[in-house]
Write a new protein. Structure first.
Length: 69
């Protein structure tokens, strides 16, 4: 149920906001991977969660692109 709310929030955002969200998620993923490589990451499941969020954002972006054509 939590992911449904997240996807609905994404669908209500503009393309520029989605791109900002995507950049922020990719930066977070980079930082998580860096922490994991240096053995500083406690919650490794966060990497999987952020990867799925990036996929959700990209899906919404492509849906909006198809709808605008």
């Amino acid at each position: 149920m939590k992911t449904n709310k997240y996807v609905e929030d994404l669908k209500n955002k503009s393309a520029a906001e989605l791109n900002e969200e995507l950049v922020a998620a990719k930066k977070e993923l980079f930082n998580l991977r860096f922490q994991n490589a240096t053995n500083q990451l406690d919650n490794t499941s966060r990497i999987k969660e952020v990867r799925k969020n990036i996929a959700r954002i990209q899906t919404v972006i492509s849906e909006k692109a198809k709808a605008s054509k």
